[in-house]
Design a protein around this ligand. Structure first.
Ligand code: FES
Length: 105
């Protein structure tokens, strides 16, 4: 069963931007695409645990601020050195003006 967690207001995130969300000892990154869709991944880079919310959103990619590793924030796919482990992604939906993320049971 999906446990939907209220993460932030939809308008807190600009288009083509990312924000950090901490919940229950975990950290996530919430993205708003240029097409106005929302996506959620784990908040830490799989290379050296750097916060991806400090990185740069380019189209459908998040670029890590430390070594410029890139991931698709839509699928979590690692897109080249030095990152080789994919990011975990999570379900997301917008209810009213709130962004909700699905964190499992
Ligand atoms: S810590 Fe993210 S690419 Fe190295």
């Amino acid at each position: 069963m999906t446990n939907w967690v209220d993460a932030c207001a939809a308008d807190e995130i600009d288009q083509e931007d990312v924000v950090r969300f901490d919940h229950a000892g975990r950290t996530f990154a919430i993205y708003r695409s240029p097409d106005d869709e929302y996506f959620v991944t784990d908040g830490l880079c799989t290379h050296e645990k750097i916060h991806l919310a400090d990185g740069l959103v380019i189209d459908d990619t998040i670029e890590c601020p430390k070594h410029n590793g890139r991931f698709s924030y839509k699928t979590g796919e690692a897109r080249g050195a030095p990152v080789c482990v994919n990011l975990k992604t999570y379900p997301v939906k917008v209810e009213g003006d709130r962004v909700m993320i699905g964190l499992g049971a």
